[in-house]
Design a protein around this ligand. Structure first.
Ligand SMILES: Nc1ncnc2c1ncn2[C@@H]1O[C@H](COP(=O)(O)OP(=O)(O)OP(=O)(O)O)[C@@H](O)[C@H]1O
Length: 271
């Protein structure tokens, strides 16, 4: 499967979708990111990993344009971003799937998945409903549009949030995200439910030419099954990058400790 993946990737134009250069972010006296340099190429699946509290979610929020860095430059499809996403739209669409499925409890699945289109498009209700049904079918949840989030399991809620992230307006095909950001999409799921989500993430990428994503996860299986490239964040910097196969070959002490779960080593357990 991953040979196919490599071939698919080789057919994509080699261009960075997002580049972070010298990114610094400080919260109070906590220097969370300190000179982060990272590039995400078209067609690539990148996992950002590292110990708890090292700033992985912070990087995602910076890439999404929801949070401004204190220092450093962000380029999106070669264009320097000024301000946040609300100040000036990016030349590509970046979608984010949050750690908590972040569905509105008072809205039905239909209203959650179609939220963006109900708010921002001139499509008829019936047309949006059809797009919602197609998106739910794509994530393996046909026929649940009239349910409410409270009636779904955690794994189902995550799949619904994927459907919401990828739904596109046919009036504007560029609406479909070029880059998806996943913040711990398998956290708290049992191993089988995790596999379902991991497969879904790969299938959604393969269903759309040259689509890309950044994955933040602690789960070994999710790292190995969804990433092409892995970057290890620690003490504010990317300390190691390699392929999934490199994980078991590297001598890097941080990577070895992280994957072995050993409490002895350069990573100090917090709390
Ligand atoms: N808005 C904020 N205000 C103050 N501190 C923050 C804010 N957001 C994040 N932090 C702090 O920044 C650090 C990094 O947080 P972040 O959530 O990015 O880490 P993480 O690597 O994603 O963690 P985890 O793996 O536990 O989810 C933490 O110490 C956190 O408390």
């Amino acid at each position: 499967m991953y040979e196919l993946e490599n071939e698919r990737q080789q057919n994509c134009v080699e261009e960075p979708l997002v580049e972070l250069k010298g990114i610094r972010k400080i919260f109070g006296s906590n220097r969370v990111l300190d000179d982060v340099n990272l590039s995400i190429n078209r067609g690539e699946a990148l996992a950002i990993i590292g110990p708890s509290g090292t700033g992985k979610s912070t990087i995602l929020r910076i890439i999404a344009g929801l949070l401004a860095p204190d220092q450093g430059d962000i380029y999106v499809a070669g264009q320097q971003r000024v301000g946040l996403i609300d100040d000036s739209p990016d030349p590509i669409r970046i979608g984010m799937v949050f750690q908590q499925a972040a569905l509105f409890d008072s809205l039905s699945v239909d209203e959650n998945v179609g939220f963006f289109l109900y708010q921002h498009s001139r499509l008829a209700r019936s047309e949006i409903r059809q797009l919602v049904d197609e998106a739910l079918e794509m994530v393996g949840l046909p026929g649940i549009a009239d349910r409410y989030p409270a009636e779904l399991s955690g794994g189902m809620r995550k799949r619904v949030s994927f459907a919401r992230a990828v739904i596109a307006n046919p009036e504007n095909p560029h609406d479909r995200p070029d880059l998806l950001l996943y913040d711990e999409p398998t956290a708290g799921l049992d191993p089988i439910a995790s596999t379902v989500i991991e497969d879904l993430i790969r299938e959604m990428q393969q269903g759309q030419a040259c689509s890309s994503y950044v994955m933040v996860t602690h789960q070994d299986s999710t790292i190995r099954r969804t990433a092409d490239r892995v970057s290890f964040l620690h003490q504010g910097k990317i300390q190691w990058s390699g392929s999934v196969a490199d994980i078991d070959e590297t001598d890097n002490a941080l990577v070895r400790q992280f994957f072995s779960g050993n409490v002895e080593g350069p990573i100090h357990v917090v709390g």
